[in-house]
Write a protein that binds this ligand. Structure first.
Ligand SMILES: Nc1ncnc2c1ncn2[C@@H]1O[C@H](COP(=O)(O)OP(=O)(O)OP(=O)(O)O)[C@@H](O)[C@H]1O
Ligand SMILES: [Mg+2]
Length: 381
């Protein structure tokens, strides 16, 4: 199992938007969705084919795959390689340039020099590539938030932005799609004066949902003729698995395997697996919570309740956690430090929007909180 559920309409909408062929045209698209919910698969299986169908030269790079590599080099390398391949077609006939070299404005460069040497700047390579392929180029950077930690990589983002602006002076020739599961970090590419893509929006990639579950039910019916499945119960289980296809599929596989039990009890087995998954996640959340300072715990609780984290009463609450008799609120600076630690730890616990709204990084935490609160089980121990 694990067969791909396609979302061609959504993919085509994005493709036309990035190509400037729709009303909602955006030369740089930022896609965010929680971890393991299908971003990379959607990009590779749906968006890339849609772009190719529209006659685009697509370049894809995943900055997560090789976390030790410098993101700037990874980006320069994929562009250089595409250029080499495209030039290779011509060059092989002319027997001039091997694949290890590229030619930019009549000058030959080693692949590794692209993005570093003068005259082989990333934007030069992109201009040359556009000249060679004579079709629009879309560069897709998956897990783009990894660039933010390094200055050299941020410089790449500025280079891409400048290539985008110079290539697009008369018509859309170069588009960028960036994805990430860390919205807070992606936001740093689009907000603030120093942001390379100031003013762009972050688009939330819709979670796989009911239609995906229907698709899974169809696969299941083919696999297990004679069994009966209840789509509503399947959907409830998928939601429990936080809309993450692989955990859902794995549980289905186990619950429907030979010797797993009577067919009529399939849903009970699946529900049990979903409940176990939820319990395991709750244990993780509890461990995260217990590792925090009392002030951070109070902050997280406020975030999960939707209450203000830096209001006067919040600051007084934090101060009283240190000294129950305190009458003075905690200083906003100390509160901010405590909050920043929660945002910067790995994995981050708290997410902050450009407008200063706070949320739990992991969307599952909210239902964990609600669940405990309704059972009078908050705070967790
Ligand atoms: N449309 C889909 N149909 C079926 N399975 C899917 C679909 N999308 C994703 N999956 C499965 O879900 C898992 C996670 O997908 P993917 O790697 O695309 O997620 P991601 O959001 O990019 O994850 P990460 O946050 O780790 O980058 C994979 O096993 C993938 O095969
Ligand atoms: Mg991914």
């Amino acid at each position: 199992m694990g067969l791909h559920f396609p979302r061609p309409k959504l993919a085509m909408d994005l493709a036309t938007a990035v190509l400037g062929r729709s009303l909602f045209s955006q030369p740089s698209l930022f896609l965010a969705a929680p971890r393991r919910t299908g971003k990379s698969e959607f990009i590779n299986r749906d968006v890339v084919p849609a772009l190719r169908e529209l006659g685009v030269c697509v370049i894809y790079v995943d900055l997560w795959k090789d976390q030790k590599a410098d993101p700037a080099e990874l980006v320069a390398h994929v562009v250089a390689k595409e250029l080499a391949v495209r030039q290779g077609v011509v060059a092989r006939a002319a027997a001039v340039i091997g694949l290890q070299k590229v030619c930019i404005q009549g000058v030959e460069f080693e692949l590794g020099a692209v993005g570093k040497a003068a005259g082989a700047a990333l934007s030069d390579a992109l201009h040359e590539l556009h000249r060679v392929v004579d079709m629009p180029i879309v560069l897709i950077i998956d897990e783009a938030q990894h660039v933010i930690a390094r200055d050299s990589a941020m410089a790449v983002m500025f280079a891409l932005k400048s290539a985008r602006d110079t290539l697009n002076v008369d018509g859309r020739k170069f588009g960028l799609i960036m994805s990430g599961s860390d919205r807070d970090k992606l936001l740093r590419l689009v907000t603030g004066n120093a942001a390379p893509f100031l003013g762009s929006d972050i688009t939330e990639l819709p979670l796989l949902d009911q239609e995906f579950v229907h698709h899974a039910a169809g696969l299941l019916a083919l696999e297990k003729p004679g069994w009966t499945f209840n789509n509503l119960r399947l959907h409830d289980a998928f939601v429990e698995f936080a809309h993450q296809p692989e955990f859902f599929f794995r549980a289905i596989q186990r619950a429907s395997a030979a010797f797993s039990g009577p067919p009529g009890e399939f849903h009970d087995r699946l529900d049990q697996a979903a409940a176990d998954y939820r319990t395991a996640r709750a244990a993780e959340y509890t461990a995260t919570y217990c590792a925090m300072t009392p002030i951070q715990q109070a902050m997280l609780a406020r975030v999960l309740q939707g209450a203000g984290v830096f209001t006067q009463d919040a600051l007084l609450e934090y101060a009283r956690l240190k000294d129950p008799a305190a009458n003075d609120p905690l200083s906003p600076g100390s509160a901010r430090d405590a909050m920043n630690k929660l945002r910067e730890q790995s994995p981050p616990v708290i997410w902050r929007s450009a407008h200063g709204e706070y949320a739990a990084e992991d969307s599952g935490m909210k239902s964990w909180y609600r669940d405990l609160a309704t059972r009078n089980g908050w705070p967790p121990a």
